[in-house]
Design a protein around this ligand. Structure first.
Ligand code: CIR
Length: 256
């Protein structure tokens, strides 16, 4: 079976000017952020992905967080319209890269949607109602994906940037979630594994190649996951966390 492709982008030299919603600005060590991002790409390679790294965008501070620019499904890729205006110019280069692998469709104005708000469980697309993604974006997405049998449902979140800050899929049937940020009842028929209450940011994990790429710094939740039989590849991503990024944000996985 051909390998999945992981699209990433080099950390921008202007990352210090990133958007911030729930965090206060702290100095970001660019060299360290780049080293950690290399480590993230190595974890993707260990999981069996072919990493396609897009060139640095020196003037687009948040451009390393490629997840927010597109939704990649088996049938097509939807080029999104990020909620933060500063991030809209990020989509053009991602669209070009994805066009080599998928039919692409652009989500038109006026709605906005960040990929970090989209949690896919099988044919269900849950979308966080966040500062970035709203009902007009959800309606536009629903219109595009309906013909492939996907349902799109808005989910209330509070206290975090994106839905996937609060919940990510371990499989189509199991979600890892922080119940303080999203009500687990938003995912009917799905088992919800809760993060350790002392680790609110621990719900973001990237399942790929039969393992979970997972940030260091959440030892209690990591233990819960290991006890459930998950294999974890734990990496340091602390510099990008200061920019409100986590493991899912830094790649777009294109399944073969
Ligand atoms: C932003 O606020 O847009 C970036 N500083 C962080 C984006 C993180 N992306 C994600 O969680 N998908």
């Amino acid at each position: 079976m051909p390998a999945p492709i992981a699209i990433t982008r080099a950390v921008s030299r202007s990352i210090a000017r990133c958007e911030l919603t729930h965090l206060s600005r702290e100095p970001i060590d660019l060299e360290c952020a780049r080293r950690q991002h290399d480590g993230y790409e190595q974890a993707l390679a260990r999981a069996g992905c072919v990493v396609e790294r897009l060139a640095e965008e020196p003037e687009l501070p948040d451009s390393v967080f490629v997840e927010d620019t597109a939704l990649v499904l088996d049938e097509l890729a939807v080029i999104l319209r990020p909620g933060a205006e500063s991030r809209r110019p990020e989509t053009a280069t991602v669209a070009r890269a994805l066009a080599r692998h998928r039919e692409t469709v652009e989500l038109g104005a006026p709605g906005t949607l960040d990929g970090g708000d989209i949690l896919r469980l099988g044919r269900m697309l849950y979308v966080g109602l966040s500062t970035r993604s709203g009902t007009a974006g959800i309606a536009a997405l629903a219109e595009v994906v309906r013909r492939f049998g996907y349902d799109v449902v808005g989910v209330a979140i509070s206290g975090c940037l994106h839905l996937k800050s609060a919940a990510t899929a371990l499989s189509p049937e199991i979600v890892l979630a922080n119940p303080a940020w999203v009500d687990p009842r938003a995912f009917p028929g799905v088992e919800v594994l809760e993060v350790d209450p002392g680790e609110p940011h621990a719900a973001n994990t990237l399942p790929v190649g039969g393992r979970l790429i997972y940030a260091a710094g959440f030892p209690q939740t990591a233990e819960r996951l290991a006890a459930r039989g998950y294999e974890l590849d734990r990496i340091e991503l602390s510099e990008l966390a200061k920019a409100e990024g986590a493991v899912t944000c830094c790649s777009l996985i294109v399944s073969p």
